[in-house]
Write a protein that binds this ligand. Structure first.
Ligand code: HEC
Length: 109
């Protein structure tokens, strides 16, 4: 009896403090965000092999970089863009964006 109460309490405590795991983002929302904010410079769709700004790698190429992971993208997006330091992506949009970019990995063109 007593033990169960402790266990129940522990479960309650744990569920109040969810681990800050990264929520999987929404690919569709990521695409709309990329279109609105990144598309000016980056080729953002799987078929885009060149970017509007030739200095900016298309997202397909970013996704295809070996070892590219969500974590690597978070790090990149948390550091200011060398060419545009004012670009800050809010965390919610960032998750969606990352989900979208990583989804390009397995797409054929
Ligand atoms: C004004 C133009 C511009 C916009 C807008 C822009 N970028 Fe970039 N981005 C660049 C350029 C230029 C580079 C390559 C040079 C550099 O590292 O800054 C780059 C590089 C990157 C890289 C690194 C690629 C690599 O393999 O090193 C990532 C990731 C990236 N951008 C993501 C984004 C995302 C996501 C957005 C939208 C939220 C965005 N960028 C918006 C110009 C832009």
């Amino acid at each position: 009896m007593h033990r169960h109460a402790i266990l129940a309490g522990l479960v309650a405590v744990l569920s109040c403090h969810p681990v800050h795991a990264q929520e999987p983002g929404n690919v569709g929302k990521g695409l709309s965000y990329a279109r609105a904010v990144c598309g000016e410079c980056h080729g953002i769709e799987a078929k885009d092999e060149v970017s509007p700004n030739p200095e900016a790698p298309p997202f397909k190429a970013v996704a295809g970089t070996s070892g590219m992971t969500g974590t690597a993208l978070v790090v990149w997006l948390e550091s200011p863009h060398p060419s545009m330091p004012q670009l800050i992506v809010p965390p919610d949009d960032r998750n969606d964006l990352i989900a979208y970019i990583l989804s390009l990995k397995d797409q054929k063109q």
